[in-house]
Ligand binder design. Structure first.
Ligand code: G3I
Length: 460
């Protein structure tokens, strides 16, 4: 069970400055490294968030690097120095000097630290790679216990388990030596971390879990829901958010963040980088986080493009010479323009605009609806596309008959009546007007089996 002191802190908020002042209504991690509103960290703190970066210990002697780090960021994640191969290179012999260097640099400047990572199939030292079964399970749990204990009180959030789910359409676990010790290895790691550091937030962290309709996202979602239902001590979910041409940012990202948050966990964007560093996409990511009350903060995976694990994609906020890129300006502006979030944030706002645009007359063209389904064992996500006919429409109603046993659990971008059998879906305020031949989308998640869905659409 999570420590009562931690629970109180998560509700109130602690500024991790030397003064350690309590600041009601703000979240963990907050510090103000410079004048509010002029740096990423200060602007994020004003919104009750942190803005962090991955840090490599060997770069702390590079003054151009530390100048930006110290000025802009109020959270750090050691990029490699807390991984298993770094902290336990030989079994039972622990090595913390590089990680300690980063932690000391950060905390002496009022920055908070995210721990990355306690249990992972990758970057295992050779001795662990060759282990299996109960010996490996015991070694993994001992590693979690020792490392979390060493950093107790210094790390505000741990990526307890990293990247345990498979890519592709299975929605299941990734095969690994850890997975082969038994499906309960993840919850065992969380319980060990909880015992070692009851005050740290304990996160599950993964990549390609940004798109709400992807099976991997749903697989992690179902695990977190199960953990919460059974009292496994999980506090947060990390979304790595490495966006690139193969795995781009998608507009349902906010739905992903808010859906996880609705399970009762915090969400954190933990390794953000965007191929080409589109300013608009960076802005969208920040706005999505600010729209979700339980999105604690954002960490970019490196400072300058030359610091990136994908340097050739120039995915970060600073050029290799340390100058700010347009994406930096977009992020800062989004942080400064962001609004204070409200709970629950599961669905986008539905209030009508105060000054609605001139509405075109209803046309004779009607509308059509098509549906695509992502089915897994026991549930599915349906994405429904509403397309206006030869005339613009001012509103729409879609009717979908669900097969026996299928029950809607949540939905986005539409109002719903009925959760089983015949369900009716109408537009919300911001997606009723659809131009001739244009489309809008809404979605829902349901238990059961979708079978073949045949939506009908009528326009107003
Ligand atoms: O430090 C050694 C150096 O001495 C040696 O000469 C050189 C030769 O290859 O390797 C150097 O170590 C490299 C290390 O980065 C430091 O640069 C490792 O080979 C290399 O494997 C390691 O890559 C890291 C990668 O994780 C390993 O999986 C990246 O820096 C790091 O950014 C990346 O981070 C991961 C997150 O942990 C999890 N999510 C994905 C993310 C990107 O892959």
């Amino acid at each position: 069970m999570r420590n009562a002191r931690w629970k109180a802190a998560s509700r109130a908020a602690i500024a991790l400055t030397g003064a350690g002042a309590l600041v009601a209504g703000m979240a963990l991690f907050l510090t103000a490294p410079a004048a509010a509103g002029t740096t990423l960290g200060a602007s994020a703190a004003e919104k009750g968030r942190y803005f962090g970066t991955a840090v490599a210990a060997y770069k702390l002697s590079d003054s151009a690097y530390t100048t930006i780090l110290n000025r802009e960021f109020n959270s750090v994640t050691p990029e490699n120095e807390m991984k298993i191969d770094a902290t336990e290179p030989q079994q039972g012999r622990f090595s913390y000097s590089a990680a300690d260097q980063i932690v000391s640099h950060a905390r002496s400047r009022g920055m908070s630290v995210r721990g990355h990572t306690l249990a992972w199939h990758s970057q295992q030292p050779p001795w662990m790679e060759s282990m299996s079964g109960s010996a490996l399970r015991q070694a993994m749990l001992n590693h979690v216990t020792q490392v979390a204990t060493h950093f107790r009180g210094q790390v505000v959030a741990w990526d307890v388990v990293n990247e345990a789910f498979a890519d592709g359409s299975s929605g299941g676990r990734r095969d690994s030596n850890l997975q082969r010790t038994g499906n309960d290895w993840i919850e065992a790691a969380f319980r060990a971390a909880d015992a070692a550091d009851p005050n740290a937030k304990l996160c599950y962290n993964d990549y390609n879990t940004d798109n709400w309709t992807h099976a991997k996202t749903q697989g992690v979602y179902n695990m977190v829901r199960d953990f919460k239902a059974r009292g496994v001590p999980i506090d947060c979910v990390g979304f790595q958010s490495h966006f690139n041409n193969e795995s781009p940012y998608v507009s349902n990202y906010r739905t992903t963040l808010s859906s996880f948050a609705a399970l009762g966990v915090d969400v954190q964007i933990t390794e953000l980088d965007i191929q080409g560093a589109s300013a608009a996409t960076y802005r969208s990511v920040v706005e999505d986080c600010l729209a979700v009350a339980r999105c604690n903060g954002i960490t970019v995976w490196g400072i300058r493009d030359s610091d990136s694990w994908r340097a050739s994609q120039t995915p970060l906020l600073f050029n290799s010479n340390g100058s700010k890129k347009p994406a930096y300006d977009a992020v800062l502006a989004a942080l400064n323009n962001g609004t204070t979030p409200t709970d629950p944030p599961t669905d986008p706002p539905t209030d009508p605009p105060t000054d609605p645009p001139t509405t075109p007359p209803p046309g004779p063209g009607g509308c059509t609806a098509t549906v695509s389904v992502n089915q897994w064992t026991g549930g599915f996500v349906a994405t429904v596309k509403v397309t206006a006919g030869s005339s613009a429409i001012n509103g729409w109603t879609v009717t979908i008959g669900l097969p026996s046993g299928a029950t809607v659990t949540n939905a986005w971008n539409a109002n719903r009546s009925g959760s089983s059998g015949t369900t009716n879906w109408t537009n919300v305020a911001y997606n009723g007007q659809v131009g001739a031949g244009q489309s809008t989308e809404y979605g829902f998640q349901a238990n059961g089996t979708a079978g073949s869905l045949s939506p009908t659409c009528s326009a107003s």
